[in-house]
Design a protein around this ligand. Structure first.
Ligand SMILES: [Fe+2]
Length: 340
């Protein structure tokens, strides 16, 4: 009778919670994502190969997705976040579109390209962080020489899990410039002095580009005088000048300087994090994996994985750009962290 009862309740669209309880209510999070490192020198030749053989008329975007071995389908880099490396050649354009997923670009190499975001041309330089928040039109164009490569970060794994993903083509290949180039960065980057005639507070930062020159100035101003974080070094958050919060409601972006010989404490947090090595080399132990990174590499730290960063150089800084889903997790009341 009991087995028949189990079969009967299955036919009625039900299941016995007592048989699933341990899977649904874990003692602590167990990410399907694994700690993983993508080495830039291994990826770059293939990016240039596909730049040769695949036109941007054939590809909406020419990007190698960084697919976590634990998250092959649908592909994602951590459970909530995505990373990819994009390449665009001189003379090319990537057509205008928009999506409800939030996105940014962190520029790796090249010169002379720009992205147009809601009618504003935003020029790219290595080390710049460019935002295209959710539902902002964006297209890319390259008027320089040599290939331009950047890291794309998006929250679409989270947005799609929430079944809130929308996508739309602009209809024309590129947008026209409707405001002076780089105006948002010039108006807002000095966050303590914001335009009083244009109060548009919103959940997304209005800054199109957080240029590397300003990031370098911030580190120079701090010099050797800051204590920094025991786990993350001298770590700075890119902020929304309207409210001092994260740059987007779902994605927080940071840049960290690990001094020569830095050895962080072991830490874990519910948000997952993707790192990009701006300069230097070192290693991060993430749970039982040792990820030995060098300049321009990308690595993933799943949520609730223990991590410890080490700058293995005794003379050179290491600089790590990172992004997390911390704003979303915090807004949902699910943020936790633990230092070993
Ligand atoms: Fe896009």
């Amino acid at each position: 009778m009991t087995e028949e009862a189990y079969e009967a309740i299955a036919r009625l669209g039900t299941a016995p919670l007592w048989r699933y309880f341990g899977n649904l209510f874990n003692a602590e999070p167990r990410s399907r994502a694994v700690p993983y490192l993508w080495r830039y020198p291994e990826l770059r030749p293939y990016l240039l190969h596909f730049a040769d053989v695949l036109s941007l008329e054939e590809a909406e975007r020419r990007v190698l997705m960084l697919v976590n071995p634990g998250l092959p389908d649908p592909p994602a880099t951590t459970t909530t976040l995505y990373a990819g490396i994009q390449v665009i050649l001189p003379g090319e354009t990537a057509q205008a579109h928009r999506h409800s997923a939030g996105a940014f670009r962190f520029i790796i190499e090249g010169r002379g390209a720009y992205t147009t975001v809601n009618g504003e041309r935003v020029h790219m330089h290595p080390g710049d962080l460019l935002l295209t928040p959710g539902w902002h039109w964006h297209d890319h164009a390259h008027e320089g020489d040599g290939p331009m490569l950047w890291l794309d970060g998006l929250d679409f794994p989270l947005v799609n899990a929430l079944e809130a993903g929308f996508f739309e083509l602009f209809g024309e290949r590129t947008q026209k410039a409707e405001v002076p180039d780089d105006i948002s960065s010039r108006q807002f980057i000095h966050g303590r002095l914001t335009p009083a005639w244009d109060p548009r507070p919103g959940p997304n930062s209005p800054i199109g580009n957080y240029p590397w020159t300003e990031t370098a100035r911030a580190f120079d101003a701090i010099a050797e005088d800051a204590t920094g974080s025991d786990a993350d070094g001298v770590v700075l958050e890119y902020t929304n000048p309207w409210n001092g919060g994260p740059v987007m409601p779902t994605i927080g972006c940071r840049i960290a300087r690990l001094r020569p010989g830095f050895r962080g404490v072991v830490r874990r947090q519910t948000p997952s994090t993707i790192y990009h090595v701006v300069r230097g080399s070192g290693a991060s132990r993430v749970d039982d994996q040792l990820l030995e990174w060098s300049e321009k590499d990308v690595f993933a730290v799943p949520g609730w994985a223990r991590y410890q960063h080490v700058n293995s150089s005794t003379s050179q800084d290491a600089v790590l750009f990172s992004y997390t889903d911390a704003p979303a997790i915090t807004a949902l009341g699910l943020y936790r962290e633990e230092v070993a």
